[in-house]
Design a protein around this ligand. Structure first.
Ligand code: NAP
Length: 240
């Protein structure tokens, strides 16, 4: 029987590529999103993957949303915590709202989504949790004290939870993408994009599929011995 995968922020960008790759690998996939109904409807029409709307920043909404997904598809075996936002500003101009919004989605979102699913994974003695962190959680980034802190927190969360899940057959890993050619990155002026690319040794931006392939591997039975790890997928831009 097919395993069930739930991808947060799975309707656009990197998350959409992850949802599609997991579907192609044979999973029953549910893609969560926050508010862009139009993009979600288009994604479902194009891929046949059902989308579910709630905010990962809201614990109760996560528990309710997960219950809906499980009623439709069955118990979730694979959770991909991909939803993320930016609210950039130099620290002296960063508002508390900018700080909190990024913490709530990019860090607490991992707690809110993983916590309701954890008991079921423990009972069934199988689970895969893949957390999408960032190169900027590894190296820090000007204007992103909030984002870098949250993404570094995702790595700490991954390492701690990996130790708790190991005996229960649950692996927990993180992926740190570098600059990926999503709509957001492609929308910046070509000159800026070229200057970013000049700092990437492989000479190109990442493709969402580059990250999706890492997720499919970490979700597989073949990756059962890998837990608490961080896969750095950044074209050599920052070496850890
Ligand atoms: N793009 C990059 O170069 C890059 C590099 C390193 C790491 N990352 C990380 O990779 C992940 C995906 O990034 P992306 O560039 O693909 O993002 P994106 O294109 O902006 O898509 C973000 C997705 O997350 C959803 N989302 C945002 N806030 C949410 C919330 N509170 N609850 C539920 N869903 C929410 C969005 O839903 P709506 O469609 O409803 O808005 C959308 O589906 C993020 O965690 C990001 O930090 C990205």
């Amino acid at each position: 029987m097919s395993r069930v995968a739930l991808v947060t922020g799975g309707s656009r960008g990197i998350g959409a590529a992850i949802s599609v790759a997991l579907k192609e690998a044979g999973y029953k996939v549910a893609a969560n999103y926050a508010g862009n109904d139009e993009a979600a409807a288009k994604f479902t029409a194009e891929t046949g993957i059902p989308t579910y709307k709630w905010s990962v920043a809201d614990y109760d909404a996560c528990a309710e949303g997960i219950a809906r997904v499980e009623a439709d598809l069955g118990p979730v075996d694979v959770l991909v915590n991909n939803a993320g936002i930016t609210r950039d500003a130099p620290f002296h101009k960063m508002s508390r709202d900018q700080w909190q919004a990024v913490m709530d989605t990019n860090l607490s979102g991992l707690f809110n989504m993983t916590h309701p699913l954890w008991p079921g994974m423990r009972e069934r003695k199988f689970g895969r949790v893949v957390n999408i962190s960032s190169i900027n959680g590894q190296k820090g980034q000007f204007g992103q004290a909030n984002y870098s802190a949250a993404k570094a927190g995702d790595i700490g969360f991954t390492k701690a939870l990996a130790q708790e899940g190991a005996r229960a057959g649950i692996t927990v890993n993180a992926i740190c993408p570098g600059y990926i050619a999503t709509e957001m990155v492609m929308a910046v002026p070509e000159k800026v994009r070229e200057s970013i690319i000049s700092t990437i040794p492989v000479g190109r931006l990442g493709d969402p599929a580059d990250i999706a392939r890492c997720v499919v591997f970490l979700a597989s039975d073949d990756a059962g011995f890998i837990t608490g790890s961080t896969i750095t997928a950044n074209g050599g831009q920052y070496l850890t």
